[in-house]
Design a protein around this ligand. Structure first.
Ligand SMILES: Cc1cc2nc3c(=O)[nH]c(=O)nc-3n(C[C@H](O)[C@H](O)[C@H](O)COP(=O)(O)O)c2cc1C
Length: 169
């Protein structure tokens, strides 16, 4: 059992407000358990290590996907493109057949979404406690880039990235 949460030193709304200013990637993390696909929208995704190649995701302790990862110990990361905001909304829901009407195939033994701009297949290395989330580290078994405009999340809205004009010196 983890220790009870200590009294917060900052106001929750201040923390949420500052984090809303952080532009994050949008991914759908997936797993396959007993031939059934599971997936969840995840912004807390980052590259962790190059040698060996590793990534990190953070999942709410109540996440259904987290329970699946504890069993299967494998996961896929679908890095969403700018035209996949509806996919992100769908996989941010709970308790419905999230894959209904979604174009996906099995790849590396994991659910892979069509039209994502990146695909990473991982084997779980470790789970770490992180407050009300769990950090999951994964060793990358396959990485495929399909370059395209990314889906980004900023101030609770979906958008994309664009290059800024080079400033004159
Ligand atoms: C843009 C966006 C980013 C999200 N990022 C995360 C995340 O990093 N980790 C997480 O656990 N939930 C995240 N969520 C919330 C989950 O997608 C949501 O709680 C989902 O219903 C969990 O489903 P599950 O219980 O089937 O795993 C995010 C939601 C949105 C809309």
């Amino acid at each position: 059992m983890s220790d009870p949460a200590p009294d917060p030193m900052v106001d929750e709304s201040d923390f949420l407000a500052v984090m809303a200013e952080v532009c994050t990637p949008v991914t759908v993390v997936t797993s396959l358990d007993d031939a059934l696909p599971y997936g969840t929208t995840v912004s807390a995704f980052a590259s962790l290590s190059l040698r060996p190649p590793m990534v990190l995701v953070a999942l709410e302790r109540s996440s259904t996907l987290l329970a699946k990862l504890r069993r299967t110990r494998r996961f896929g990361v679908n890095i969403l493109g700018s035209n996949q905001d509806a996919v992100a909304r769908r996989f941010a829901s709970k308790g419905i057949d999230k894959f209904h009407g979604i174009a996906w195939t099995e790849s590396d033994g994991l659910p892979r979404l069509r039209d994502a701009t990146g695909w990473i297949a991982c084997r779980v290395q470790s789970f770490f406690e992180g407050g009300d989330h769990m950090l999951v580290t994964g060793v990358v078994e396959r990485a495929v880039a399909t370059p395209g405009a990314p889906l980004a999340y900023h101030r609770r809205t979906f958008g994309t990235h664009s290059e800024i004009a080079v400033s004159p010196r």
